[in-house]
Design a binder for this molecule. Structure first.
Ligand code: NAD
Length: 273
């Protein structure tokens, strides 16, 4: 598995498995156990997903040493608003049955607190309970504000990105600042026809791959961490099997040009949760 190096020297597997909308504990646990058994070493969860306990159980049951797994969780907005950042992390660690997470992200840029919260994230980083800290759903202007007073530059910004919403300007900006971009909803979150898009289907045929694999490979090649979700073993395997081919520059550009700034999730400047 190709790994990317974060700005503090930590390495992150370029592909992870996301566990959003897998609320039922038994399904989440099975999914993560399966993922670890077939070779995933990077799991993306969040307090609000309600499955940290299941993820923790799966990690324990898997027999994979904790230090081989890159585990991300996120600070929920209510805990950001209340300022109980340390407490929220402790609760996540308890549920995940681990002493530390590899990456702790501020889940959304809550208008009143997205800058202020960062010093608390920095304290967590210094305590060693998060090997890296970052943000999620931050736009360029949020990061600009944060960097004005940050001691620690965020290691990652995780945001929505897929071929109809490529986010090129944000990716470019993050890279300039040493912040690794990470794509959520990389396959269109089951809400678009992107997996049936003729350009992607055509490229997939040429490489004897499927459209999901083409998109995941595109992310890895454009230097974006990617965390596709599936509860099905076959798809989990497919989504990981993208290191045995390469997209040409022309194919990369064809996918880049599918962009139509079509956002599927909430807008970080107007969300109401
Ligand atoms: P996704 O783009 O990964 O889409 C998942 C859907 O794609 C699946 O439900 C399935 O229908 C389909 N799919 C997966 N593999 C496939 C394959 N091989 N072939 C065909 N179809 C396939 O969407 P997502 O789950 O929303 O995003 C991925 C992860 O990103 C989440 O699980 C979560 O960890 C993270 N996320 C983070 C935020 C955030 O605010 N930070 C928001 C949403 C999601």
């Amino acid at each position: 598995m190709k790994k990317f190096k974060l700005n503090n020297g930590t390495e992150i597997p370029s592909i992870g498995v996301g566990v959003f909308r897998v609320e039922e504990a038994i399904i989440a646990q099975e999914m993560v156990e399966t993922a670890l058994a077939i070779g995933y070493r990077h799991i993306d969860t969040a307090m609000i997903y309600g499955n940290e306990e299941a993820v923790g159980k799966a990690i324990k049951n898997s027999g994979v040493p904790r230090e081989e797994i890159f585990l991300t969780t996120k600070l929920w907005n209510a805990d950001q608003r209340s300022g109980k950042v340390q407490e929220a992390l402790e609760e996540s660690l308890r549920k995940l049955k681990t002493e530390y997470v590899d990456l702790y992200l501020v889940h959304w840029p809550v208008a009143e607190t997205y800058v202020k919260v960062w010093s608390k994230m920095e304290a967590i980083y210094k305590s060693g309970k998060a090997k890296a800290i970052g943000v999620s759903n931050y736009q360029t202007h949020h990061i600009e504000d944060l960097l004005k007073q940050a001691e620690v530059v965020p290691a990652v910004n995780q945001f929505e990105s897929y071929p109809y919403f490529t986010q090129e300007p944000l990716i470019k900006y993050c890279k300039e600042k040493g912040i690794y971009p990470e794509a959520w909803g990389p396959l269109g979150a089951g809400q678009t026809d992107v997996l049936a898009n003729p350009v992607i289907v055509d490229i997939a045929k040429k490489h004897s791959k499927n459209p999901a694999q083409i998109i995941i490979r595109w992310d890895v090649q454009r230097g974006v961490i990617v965390i596709p979700k599936s509860v099905h073993k076959e798809r989990l395997i497919e989504n990981l099997t993208v290191m045995d081919f390469e997209l040409t520059d022309e194919e990369m550009k064809l996918i880049d040009h599918l962009n139509k700034n079509q956002r599927l999730g909430s807008n970080p400047d107007s969300f109401n949760f």
